[in-house]
Write a protein that binds this ligand. Sequence first.
Ligand code: PHE
Ligand code: ZN
Length: 883
Amino acid sequence: MDIARTPAAPDGNPYLADAAPQPQQPAEIRRADYRPFPWLVPATRLEFALGIETTRVIATLEVEPNPSADPARSIRLNGDGLTLVDLAVDGQQRTDDTIEGNDLVIALSPGRHEIRIVTDIMPARNSQLMGLYASNGMLCTQCEAEGFRRITFFPDRPDVLSTYTVVMRGPRGQFPILLSNGNEIATGEDGDNHWAEWHDPWPKPSYLFALVAGNLVARTDRFTTMSGREVTLNVWVREGDLARTEHAMESLKRSMKWDEEAFGREYDLDLFNIVAVSDFNMGAMENKGLNVFNTKYVLADVETATDGDFDAVEGVIAHEYFHNWSGNRITCRDWFQLSLKEGFTVLRDQLFSQDMGSAPVKRIEDVRILRGVQFPEDSGPLAHSIRPDSYREISNFYTSTIYNKGAEVIRMMRTMAGEERFRRGTDTYFTRHDGEAATCEEFVAAIEDGADLDLRQFRLWYSQAGTPRVTVTQSHEGTAACLTLRQSVPATPGQPDKQPMPIPLRLALFDRDTGAHAGEQLVVLDRAEQDFRFEGVEKPPVLSINRGFSAPVTIQRTIPREDLVFLAATDDDPFARFEAMQELVTGYLVTEITGNAGDDEREGALADIAGAVDKVLADPALDDLMRGELMMLPSQSYLAEQMEVADPGRIHAARELLKADLGGLLASQLRNAYDRVAGVPFSLDSAAKGARKVKTLVLTYLAASDAELAAELAARQYHGADNMTDRQGALMVLTGLDTAERTAALIDFYNRYRGNALVIDKWFALQAGSLHPQAIEHVKALAEHSDFTLDNPNRVRALYMAFAGNPQAFHAASGEGYRMIADLILALDPRNAQTAARFVPPLGRWRRIEPGRAGLMRGELERLAASPVLSRDTAEQVMRSLG
Ligand code: PHE
Ligand code: ZN
């Protein structure tokens, strides 16, 4: 039809229209520019004529002026790649409205109107996996953040809430199952086609819309909510996968129960559907009543999933379910508020997982993720606050900062208020803002009121990026222990100067003779420098600080090694004990890497570490899950963070050497530990999980010190395994060794699991992430493997994310690793921009890497920048990384 078009860049990509070879930055969107949408859309009706090649969408929007916005004479509806077939307003066909760029702008007089839009879309050609797309013969949608505009023209922003009615029509044989949000209210037949009508009574933003059509089967169960509502639960998968859905279903029921108990939140529909999809850009999506999941976070059984996979399934199921309140009932006003739902929901899923398993171990794992991913982000070119002031492509802001630091910030509120008052705060938030699109500021204000907490200065955590550094100086005056705490927040892009923030630090002062302390205290450091005095302390105590990781900061202190040894062995806070081990090892490795230690010093430090690990191996009071945490060396990325400029080659070598030294010094103790845990029979309880964790960790030490023994034990573990945890752990160790057992096990694994995509992903990832000196060659060969494809994000990540996270391979001094990642980005970007852009940050670390490699990394970024066809996603990340 004849709609006037203003010239626009094809595909909405400004670069394609640009004459200059250097891409410019895509337009910047600013938080300060927020204005409410001039129209309300109380009701939306969507009719789909489903087809894999072409789907026709008829959208009927009821619109009326928004009383709390400035009046407008037109309505701007977002679109992306749509073919407009027909447009009518109040029953009158329209031809004189305009397409501006990607948007459809329709002139409207004040008052209520009905807009009817007919569009055609092509799901089979949708390789971006945003909007409506085909996956394995089924149709499914992904709309967050801005995918709905790829389905129909709509005000595609989270503050426009509408009630949806959805009719899906299609060939019954091809799409026997038709699902959307809410409840099914009618079905019917016409010839080979059938149709289903769904209605969701809860107003929602377009990003929570979902539709699934395909040949699926369900595991069905029921849950009775706290007020007695009966809810039907379904987990939908392809037929062959049904046996692997039990854990997901059990996790869902546990999540529903927990949210009632811990936060007073009840489910609000009669039906809750989860669908597993094998082509998915992210982990999962919280669409109202119809969560869509990456198969990776649904399917699990003992034969094919590790203990880590089981935990991840449980955590992600919980996360998406919890979004029903923190995200759906209360959504975000705009995408700058993303952490309102994500930070809070991550905290909720972390607390849930703490309650379901070992709380201290879960806390340590979460801190490890924060330090391994978020801290580097916060100290690099992509640093941003948890509530950013601007963005160019919102997909790039689904970051560890928004998610994990966002959770830490809310956790600090909880620590300062205490559990009970915090609960009053969240109750206030949920009741005050139910049904609204809210802001982070409103969240903070609700916690402030409900928990009776003064958060005025604390709000800085929302606006300032960068990981604060706290320097600790300890002294003693008579019978008083004195602490001087200083804080500084490093400069980050666009934020040269920072103000001091409130930093809650849990601490304890140990008597070094009795090993006891007089009780834990909470101090809040809220100035640049502050003194704290603790009376009645006879002699200088051993300081345990930031216990439980009460604040997401870096602690800097000079502490005698013997104090760390003391804390590693005796601290009653498991996190602090873990931290002391990490500090001990980090101190040693940093000195090794920078080459400053004398031989005596070196021997003494190594003996202390070996002694501490020995105690960890022998301590009968430790459970094996915790023992495993204490045995783990700090990651290479964490070590790199400790240095202004890092040499990945030296970090890797020093860390491997320490493993070999420890493996040698503790050979018999490690061997004994292995034999003990190898005798624990399989079960899913935490004792047996702990045994499996220690088993593989012991092998990683032995692999460094005695490759032959390690290969023998690992091969036996591999072939004798009755579960995936043992099998994958053994294969991981073997993959790093240059032995015949390696080849045999890799062939066996492939043949055993060929056709099981999630397990074959492990096979790719283990080789790409391995310690093998030829890992880079293996990756090149695997990229040519017939099972490798750029069309499946899980497969791409399995090979290339594992590779980008393998320091010795990715940082090969030749620069080959960098070139491979840049080549991947160029190949993937036109197909799946979101996934491609996620490979830029590893290259963006160049400023913190030694000059030789830094130049090579920067060179690859410049090569990317010179491409005339970069997506908005990738262009933004490349430009920011070049800085
Ligand atoms: N909102 C999803 C989650 O956290 C993540 C997601 C974002 C999924 C964008 C798809 C697309 O739970
Ligand atoms: Zn989420």
